[in-house]
Design a protein around this ligand. Sequence first.
Ligand SMILES: [Cu+2]
Length: 190
Amino acid sequence: MRASTTLHFRNFRIAEAFLTELPTDSLIYAPHCLRRDLNSPMMLNNTNQTTVDRLLASENIHDFQFLLSDSGPLDSAWLSPHVGGHWAIGQDLRDVFTSPGDPAFWLHHGMIDNLWTQWQNKDLENRRFALDGTVTSFNNPPSQNATLDYVLDWGYVGKPRRVGELMDTKKGPYCYRYSYVEGAPRPEQW
Ligand SMILES: [Cu+2]
């Protein structure tokens, strides 16, 4: 990462992430220096081997998603590895909207994707296309349950894609795999 990294979106308050409509000034140009607020206890408490082992031991997608990405109140001691990672690096990485502007976002979310892939590989037949929950964040506004045929609209970022196209690292638009880690479940077609 180079010095003087500039992010271009404005920062959002947490409460704004829960609005059903984006504020009208969401896309204003608001350049600011990348900000971090490293927090070792947050990292040690929430993104350790115990939390990963517990996550990978989940029996179903509902429990997996809960342990991966849910959390108690945001000031509580327990946050999931996903939320905890955002909070441990903050400040911009703690912001739902500006977080992808921090290069660390892509390492963090690469690991989240890796964990999902490891969990799928433990029982591909039942887990490759396992879904749980609705198609809106925190079900706000309330929405239909996600299905493999539901089409995700990526707006400016990319073309619309069916959910089912995006669940295999080697199919659809993807072609990548994670290195085998000793002790991790070995994918079927290695
Ligand atoms: Cu995230």
